[in-house]
Each structure stands twice: as C-alpha cells, then as structure tokens.
Design a protein around this ligand. Structure first.
Ligand SMILES: [Zn+2]
Ligand SMILES: [Zn+2]
Length: 141
C-alpha cells in the first residue's frame, strides 16, 4: 500500500480502511483494467466475508476521491484501475485489443477545446473505439 495514497485520503478527511487498502493494492498491482467481479474475487482472498456490494461501494468511493479511474470499455461494464498516470485508451471493436495513449498526446486538443468552449475539462481517461490495423485488413471493402 503506497503511503502517499493513505496520506492523500487522510488529507481529504477519510480513513484508510482494510477494504480500501486491499482494493487499492489490487488496482495498483494490476496493469490491466479490472472488473468489479475480478476485484471481488481477488480481494476475498485477503478479506474473508467481503461482499460484492462493499466492493462496489469501495470502488465508487476510491473513484470519487481520485484514487481509482473508471473506464467504459464497450462491454457494458465499468472497469477500474489505479489512478496516477494520465492516459487514454484505444480499443478495437472487432478483436478487443487495447492500446494506451499518454495524455500528453491529447493535451493540445484539450487546450484548444477549452479555449473554444470555456470548459475546464477534467476527463483524463477516455476510451476511443475503432478498428486496429489487423482488423481493418479483414473488414469488407
Ligand atoms: Zn486506463
Ligand atoms: Zn482488432
């Protein structure tokens, strides 16, 4: 469990409970997005008696505190990962392959949109859908 996250939670006026610590550690150690079911399965090993609603509630809490990122992957389900690196995703609709894009690549577009609209954009985890190079070759036409 990284100390800075515990400190961050405390600074925001919250306690680091065992559930929060275990779920954060699972998110930090995974280098893929995890579904709430994956997280429930892994967390149950160290927290016997953990229930799925608690996992959902904890994930919501961690996301609301900026410690976890939530992503929509097109499977109709939300997936989670640890916050920390600002990035986006490209996901192939055909084979599901996913590519990570550093936020720096989109920064100029954000600035331009903000200048044009006056919005302050805080979405730092966007999923772009499309077709990967391999699948484009297989598409008709
Ligand atoms: Zn992500
Ligand atoms: Zn593909």
């Amino acid at each position: 469990m990284s100390h800075h996250l515990t400190a961050q939670l405390q600074a925001q006026g919250h306690r680091m409970t065992p559930q929060r610590a275990v779920i954060l550690r699972i998110l930090e150690q995974a280098n893929v997005h995890l579904t709430p079911a994956d997280i429930f399965q892994q967390a149950s090993r160290s927290l016997p008696g953990l229930t799925e609603p608690t996992v959902y509630r904890t994930l919501n809490f961690l996301a609301s505190q900026g410690l976890a990122l939530v992503a929509h992957t097109g499977s109709g389900q939300f997936v989670y990962e640890a916050a920390g690196r600002n990035h986006h995703h490209l996901i192939c609709r055909a084979c599901g392959v996913s590519l990570e894009v550093d936020h720096a690549a989109l920064q100029p577009l954000y600035r331009q949109l903000e200048a044009q609209t006056g919005f302050q954009i805080d979405s730092i985890h966007i999923t772009f859908f499309g077709y990967c190079p391999a699948c484009q070759k297989l598409l008709p036409g």
